[in-house]
Write a protein that binds this ligand. Structure first.
Ligand code: ADP
Ligand code: ASP
Ligand code: MG
Length: 472
């Protein structure tokens, strides 16, 4: 006889668009209901647009725009109130949910008053402000599951996902988190559906922090790996991982299967459908990740696992990230100067600048790196300081930057060893007179990255999608 407690759990995550208003919450809850015998652990993001609105209210508080701040907060509150009123016909139930939310609203008011008085928003305040969206939705979602006849309880992820310590680079303490996730396992084994806040977590000292924008996907995979789930399901508003962002390439096609490596690479290079850190915890426990459409639950979606069949042209997807700056160190005198690359990395690391792409000309005449736009100026300054002597002695001619650039990435396991991928890509962009500023092939050979100007980026993505016949 099959024992219920031996069944492995399924982590089911719903993104903001999947819980944007009452009808969507109803749809998402019915999906959970349909898998009630598979021990679901639910992870939910804030209602779509709420995190943005909270942060905008925070900015308004910093700049003293009290009216804007109040209007934003009022909008946020009325969206939640409206959802509660539509979801719960029983007034008593609606009032109970609103009572739970009222406590969170009181905290929100205090935090915003603090930010308005200080007129500054520290990283901590920002994290706390952005935590409210997820905290406000879970009581609604859990109560709605109850009205569908399921036993459900809210779980604040700050009690289960714990970071190593406070640092600029967030690292999850998996040992501690695993211990705390036993609570979820116990609940699921007892037939209770845990409804966990996505995105947020806590430092060991109990300070609220977040996993970064779009981080609920990562919450789901952290929890999935800690409870050794059978599967991690990411429910969103598209049919799966696609050959390109459908907003840029309307003809983009859904991929049935993608490998862990491909998914990690494409999310790192801009495929917003998954938070870049989502893959790693799943790989560690070899847990498949399935991407599904909340609004078309019968569509198979995309399965992300260790293996994948290669596409005929070896390239599977084309992604892009904009808002980048290209910084170059140039000079003929660099030839033979030892350790230039090492010093570039030391200088950027010392200034906590994250380098997305790096390339060194074989003649050693230049080194280029791509950083986020907001780090551009600081990178130039740090490198000018690092190479001050060489610049004075004219061994290095200049450290310069170009802003408003984009990285386009062609990703696919089959790129490794496939001849002609680069030639086809460069030929395509060359014919369209799109200037290539830099190229790099990762050592994994899974990815060919091309830097172009931001204004050329959408067209470059469309042309490459066409050239590699990804839409057919
Ligand atoms: P959620 O709210 O469910 O977390 P997101 O907006 O974060 O959803 O991610 C889903 C969106 O990602 C899709 O609506 C789509 O526009 C975008 N997207 C970008 N690149 C891709 C891709 N390669 N495949 C699928 N979706 C993509
Ligand atoms: N609500 C958070 C955000 O908007 C997390 C998420 O959506 O995954 O970034
Ligand atoms: Mg998302």
């Amino acid at each position: 006889m099959k024992s219920v407690t031996l069944l492995r759990m399924i982590v089911v995550k719903f993104g903001g668009t999947s819980v944007g208003a009452a009808p969507q919450i109803d749809q998402a809850a019915r999906i959970v209901h349909s898998m009630r015998d598979s021990k679901p652990i639910v992870v939910v993001s804030a209602m779509g647009g709420i995190t943005d609105a909270l942060l905008q209210a925070g900015e308004a508080a910093v700049t003293g725009q009290t009216r804007v701040r109040e209007d934003k907060l009022w909008d946020i509150r009325s969206r939640h109130d409206q959802a509660v009123n539509q979801l719960f016909k029983d007034r008593g139930v609606a009032v109970t949910v609103q009572e739970t939310q009222r406590i969170i609203w009181e905290e929100t008011q205090k935090v915003f008053t603090g930010v308005s008085l200080l007129r500054e928003m520290s990283v901590r305040s920002r994290d706390l402000i952005s935590s409210f969206g997820e905290r406000l939705i879970v009581p609604m979602f859990a109560q709605y599951l109850a009205t569908l006849g399921m036993e459900a309880e809210t779980v604040d992820a700050r009690e289960v996902i714990i970071t190593l310590e406070e640092s600029d680079f967030l690292l999850v303490d998996f040992d501690e988190t695993r211990k705390r996730c036993q609570k979820l396992t116990k609940m699921a084994n007892a037939g209770i559906v845990p409804v966990v806040t996505g995105f947020i977590c806590s430092t060991p000292a109990g300070v609220t922090t977040t996993l970064g924008r779009g981080g609920s996907d990562y919450s789901a995979s952290i929890i999935g790996s800690c409870v050794k789930a059978k599967e991690i399901q990411i429910w969103t508003d598209v049919n799966g991982v696609m050959t390109a962002d459908p907003r840029i390439v309307p003809k983009a096609r859904v991929l049935e299967r993608v490998s862990y490596k491909e998914a990690a690479e494409m999310s790192y290079f801009g495929a917003k459908v998954l938070h870049p850190q989502t893959i790693m915890p799943a790989v560690d426990e070899n847990i498949p990740i399935r991407i599904k459409n909340t609004f078309a639950p019968d569509v198979a979606g995309t399965l992300i696992s260790a293996e994948t069949p290669a596409h005929q042209y070896s390239v599977k997807t084309v992604t892009s990230i904009t808002g980048m700056t290209l910084v170059s160190v140039e000079g003929r005198g660099m030839i033979g100067v030892p350790g230039v690359a090492g010093r570039v990395f030391t200088a950027t690391a010392r200034n906590r600048i994250s380098v997305l792409m790096f390339s060194q000309g074989s003649s050693e005449q230049h080194i280029s790196l791509v950083v986020n736009r907001h780090d551009g100026e600081q990178t130039v300054k740090a490198l000018r300081r690092e190479f001050e002597t060489e610049i004075e002695r004219r061994r290095i001619d200049r450290v310069s930057s170009i802003s408003e650039i984009a990285i386009i990435a062609l990703v696919g396991e089959g790129i490794k060893g496939a001849p002609g991928v680069a030639a086809r890509a460069f030929g395509t962009l060359g014919t369209a007179a799109i200037n290539i500023l830099m190229i790099a092939q990762g050592s994994s050979e899974l990815n060919l990255s091309i830097v172009v100007r931001e204004k050329d980026s959408p067209r470059a993505v469309q042309l490459l999608h066409e050239a590699f016949e990804l839409g057919v």
